[in-house]
Design a protein. Structure first.
Length: 160
């Protein structure tokens, strides 16, 4: 059963890099899924890999936002404000971003280690993980006041 059906989500906000390539068969599959869930409002804050023609997004009822999207006290942008080359001023209190693909390294007592994609929460921002296997990323070293939640198999686990 689809999570949308169970939780009745009304809106999906994507903080960039929805696709990493030109048109391919997965986009056809997405278009079919989109027709099945046409009531869901989708916002895409464009990232550096969102290279499809605007017509494709329009046909799939995806609202594009070139740099950022502000909703109340929240700002959604592709690049973290500390790294974004084009930074627009915001009155938002908290920012959500992607682009950096954070990961957490769990070390064992020996030299073994495992690396997991993670949500990286800081005082004024959260960097979201990449949800694909082929993206790289940076390993976070959270400060004491920061929180990390790693995606381990099918669960989200607090680290540290």
């Amino acid at each position: 059963m689809s999570g949308l059906y169970v939780y009745k989500a009304e809106r999906l906000i994507i903080v960039g890099d929805f696709t990493h390539s030109h048109f391919n068969k997965e986009l056809d599959l997405f278009s079919k899924w989109r027709r099945d869930f046409s009531q869901l409002h989708i916002d895409l804050v464009q990232g550096n890999h969102d290279i499809l023609e605007e017509e494709w997004y329009r046909e799939n009822a995806i609202t594009l936002h070139p740099w950022q999207l502000e909703i109340g006290p929240f700002c959604f942008r592709h690049e973290d404000k500390r790294h974004q080359k084009v930074y627009e001023q915001t009155t938002a209190i908290y920012t959500f971003s992607g682009h950096l693909h954070p990961a957490y390294r769990l070390r064992g007592r020996g030299k073994q280690s495992l690396r997991f994609p993670c949500y990286y929460f800081r005082k004024d921002s959260c960097v979201l993980p990449a949800f694909s296997h082929f993206t790289g990323g940076f390993t976070v070293e959270p400060a004491r006041e920061e929180m990390v939640f790693a995606i381990v198999e099918n669960e989200v686990m607090k680290m540290g």
